[in-house]
Design a protein. Structure first.
Length: 201
């Protein structure tokens, strides 16, 4: 898929502030600093479409980027920035929970997990919560450029093992790096497939 145009549209504080249109949306969610905004820039091939920061908690609003005039990448505020390490619905962000549970335009959520860390309780809690929401999602393991592939695979395998203790079927998984652009074609492939099918098919 070619990205011909990528434009910032708006920042919505909550679900009510989301646009009233029928463009399909693909959302990026994960712990603060996991690389959501960097990944959006990498996918769109734009250096500074979404704001990247070394300080966690940079993205505080639901940010909309329109791609090729017809569909959207949505940058969501990260979770895990609050002091608590327990994900309750309201703990990770009421607006994000509302968006993921109720936004009809949402076709697929990409859940970003730092591939350099062993499974984090907050990510596991979040993924388990999302499993109860009727939205398709894919796990995206980020920052794959930072370590040897054997240690990355160890972290990914450990994450999958814990999930498979309670789930029969695991979601899809993609390894990526915004630095080397690995995983870009796989993520765009998921989006492309989804755009070809109508919602609910
Ligand atoms: P919040 O908006 O605060 O929730 O963070 P975010 O998830 O949007 O993360 P962001 O894209 O701002 O990146 C956080 C930090 O990680 C920045 O310093 C990035 O340069 C770095 N980073 C992001 N992706 C990668 C990657 O693929 N590889 C490496 N090495 N660093 C990355
Ligand atoms: Mg961000």
């Amino acid at each position: 898929m070619k990205i011909i145009s990528a434009e910032f549209d708006r920042s919505a504080p909550d679900l009510k502030g989301c646009p009233n249109w029928n463009r399909p949306e693909f959302a990026f969610i994960g712990r603060s600093n996991v690389g959501k905004s960097s990944l959006i820039n990498m996918l769109a091939e734009r250096k500074a479409l979404a704001k990247v920061s070394v300080t966690p908690g940079k993205t505080k609003l639901i940010n909309y980027f329109i791609i090729n005039g017809s569909w959207c990448l949505v940058d969501l505020p990260g979770y895990g920035y609050a002091k608590t390490n327990q994900v309750q619905r309201a703990d990770f962000n009421e607006a994000v929970a509302d968006y993921l549970e109720k936004r009809e335009n949402l076709r697929c959520a990409f859940v970003l997990i730092d591939s350099n860390l062993p499974p984090q309780p907050i990510d596991l809690e979040f993924v388990r919560w999302l499993g109860g929401v009727a939205v398709p999602f894919v796990l995206v393991f980020t920052k794959a450029d930072k370590q040897s592939s054997s240690s990355l695979e160890k972290n990914v395998a450990a994450f999958k093992k814990i999930l498979s203790e309670t789930w029969e079927e695991l979601p899809g998984q993609i390894m990526c790096s915004s630095k080397t652009k690995s995983g870009r074609s796989e993520i765009l492939g998921v989006i492309d497939e989804s755009l070809k099918t109508k919602r609910g098919e």
